[in-house]
Design a protein around this ligand. Structure first.
Ligand SMILES: *Cc1c(COP(=O)(O)O)cnc(C)c1O
Length: 421
C-alpha cells in the first residue's frame, strides 16, 4: 500500500506521545486486524495496580492482563530479575544448557510437587504440549490403538486459539471457518460427573479441564466435582490435565485452583502469571511416568525455556513460595465478594467468585457487559466483559482493601448511571 505521509510513525515525524489517544486508536484501527475490540484507552505506563494513559489519566486495573499480572505491573522482584538477566544472556536455544534452566525446572517442580516440566511460551502452546503428551501416553502406556485416542473436554471451555484447540471449542466466533477441525475430542457439560463418566471409553487418554472456567465467566463447578473427576480418572486409567493458566498461581487464594478440593492433576498446565506480566512463559508439569516419555526431537520450541523467561519465572515462583499472594487473594477476595453481593438485585443478577476473581452477571435488561465496562472506564476502572453480559474482575493481587471497595463503588455508580435502582 501507499505510505500515508501524514502518518507520524511511518514517516518518523513525531514520537508516539505526539499522537494523542485518538491518534493511537486511529493507527491501530487502520493497521491492526480487528480481531480485538479494545476499550478506548491508550496506556503509556503502569505500576502496581494502576495504569496511566497517554493523557495522564489514571485507572485502576481490574483485569490484570487476564491474570498475567497477578503480582501487579512492574513488581520490583520480577523487574530486578529481568533487568539482571537482560545484561547476562537472554537466549541460547535448547541446543545448549544455560544456568537458569535447571534451577527454573527444579523450582517449578518443587512448586507443583511434580517430577518434570516442559517449558513453552504461550498458554496455547502449553495446552498443545499437554494434548500431545497425553496422546503419546495413551498409545505407549495405556495401549490405545493408533490414532484412536480421545480427550474429553468441557462445554464452555477456553484453552487457547490454535487450530487444534479451537476444534474443541463451542464458541462459534472462535471456531467458525477454521476447519477442517482436529478430531479426537469429546465434549461434555462442565460440572456434570455423570456426563463425564458416560463419556469415558477404553480409548480415553485424558480429561482436559479448567478447574474454574475463566473466559466462560468465572464458572465454578459444584463442590466435589474435581474430586469426583480425579476418582474417575484413577478408576479408568485416564490422565487429568488441569488447565490452570488463568486460575492458577494464587489467583483463587491457593497456589492452584485444584488445591481447593485437594486434587492433584496428572499434568498442571501453566502460563499467564508464570511470565510475571513481562514476557510469555508457560509450562506443563507432570511425573516421570508421563513426561518421561518425551525423547529428543519429539517436541520443542525455539524460545521455550529461554534464559530470560527462566529468570523471570524463577522470580515468580519465589514470590509464590512466600504464600503472601495466595493469602492476599483469599482475604481481599472476601472483601470483594461482600461488596459485590450488595449489588445483587441492583443491576447485578449473580456473582461468582473465588479469591480475587469474580464473574458478575449484569442484568441484561439494564446494559451489556461492554456498556458497563465503558461506564467503569469513565470512572477510572479497567475491566473486561465476557459472553455479553458478564463482567470479569481480576485485579492484581497487590491491590489494597480500600482499592477493592473503591472499584466496587465505581461499579455501583456505573450501574446507577445506566438506570439500576
Ligand atoms: C489465556 C488462556 C489460555 C491461552 O493462553 P495464551 O497465552 O493466550 O495462548 C489457555 N487456557 C486458559 C484457561 C486461559 O485462560
Amino acid at each position: 500500500m501507499e505510505l500515508d505521509t501524514r502518518d507520524p510513525i511511518t514517516t518518523g515525524a513525531g514520537s508516539p506521545a505526539d499522537l494523542g489517544a485518538a491518534g493511537h486508536i486511529a493507527l491501530a484501527e487502520v493497521h491492526s486486524a480487528h480481531h480485538y475490540h479494545p476499550l478506548p484507552v491508550v496506556i503509556a505506563e503502569a505500576h502496581g495496580t494502576w495504569v496511566t494513559d497517554v493523557d495522564g489519566h489514571r485507572f485502576l486495573d481490574c483485569l490484570a492482563g487476564y491474570s498475567a499480572l497477578n503480582f501487579g505491573h512492574g513488581h520490583p522482584a520480577i523487574l530486578a530479575a529481568a533487568h539482571a538477566q537482560l545484561d547476562r544472556v537472554t537466549l541460547v536455544s535448547r541446543a545448549f544448557h544455560h544456568d537458569q534452566f535447571g534451577p527454573f525446572c527444579a523450582e517449578l517442580c518443587a512448586l507443583t510437587g511434580k517430577d518434570m516440566v516442559v517449558p513453552m511460551n504461550s498458554g496455547a502452546e502449553a495446552v498443545e504440549t499437554a494434548i500431545k503428551v497425553a496422546r503419546k501416553w495413551g498409545y505407549r502406556v495405556k495401549g490405545i490403538p493408533a490414532h484412536e485416542a480421545e480427550i474429553i473436554v468441557a462445554e464452555g471451555n477456553f484453552h487457547g486459539r490454535t487450530t487444534t484447540i479451537v476444534s474443541f471449542s463451542d464458541d462459534e466466533a472462535a471456531r467458525e471457518h477454521y476447519g477442517p477441525y482436529t478430531p479426537g475430542f469429546v465434549q461434555v457439560p462442565f460440572g456434570s460427573v455423570e456426563a463425564l463418566a458416560a463419556a469415558i471409553t477404553p480409548r480415553t487418554a485424558a480429561i482436559l479441564l479448567e478447574p474454574i472456567q475463566g473466559e466462560g465467566g468465572v464458572v465454578i463447578p459444584p463442590e466435589g466435582y474435581l474430586r469426583a473427576v480425579r476418582a474417575l480418572c484413577d478408576e479408568h486409567d485416564v490422565l487429568l490435565l488441569a488447565d490452570e493458566i488463568q486460575a492458577g498461581l494464587a489467583r483463587t487464594g491457593r497456589t492452584f485452583a485444584c488445591d481447593h478440593e485437594d486434587v492433584v492433576p496428572d499434568l498442571y498446565i501453566l502460563g499467564k502469571a508464570l511470565g510475571g506480566g513481562v514476557l510469555p512463559v508457560s509450562a506443563i508439569a507432570g511425573d516421570h511416568r508421563v513426561l518421561g516419555l518425551l525423547r529428543p526431537g519429539e517436541h520443542g520450541s525455539t524460545f521455550g525455556g529461554n534464559a530470560l523467561a527462566c529468570a523471570v519465572g524463577r522470580a515468580v515462583i519465589a514470590l509464590l513460595q512466600t504464600g503472601e499472594f495466595q493469602a492476599r487473594s483469599a482475604e481481599l477476595g472476601a472483601v470483594l465478594r461482600a461488596e459485590l453481593d450488595r449489588l445483587v438485585g441492583h443491576g447485578v443478577v449473580e456473582v461468582r467468585s473465588r479469591g480475587l476473581w469474580a464473574g458478575v452477571d449484569i442484568d441484561p435488561d439494564l446494559a451489556t457487559g461492554r456498556q458497563v465496562c465503558e461506564a467503569l472506564l469513565r470512572r477510572g476502572v479497567l475491566a473486561k466483559d465476557t459472553h455479553g453480559s458478564t463482567l470479569r474482575l481480576a485485579p492484581p493481587l497487590v491491590i489494597t482493601a480500600d482499592e477493592v471497595i473503591w472499584a466496587v463503588t465505581q461499579l455501583r455508580d456505573s450501574l446507577a448511571e445506566l438506570g439500576a435502582r
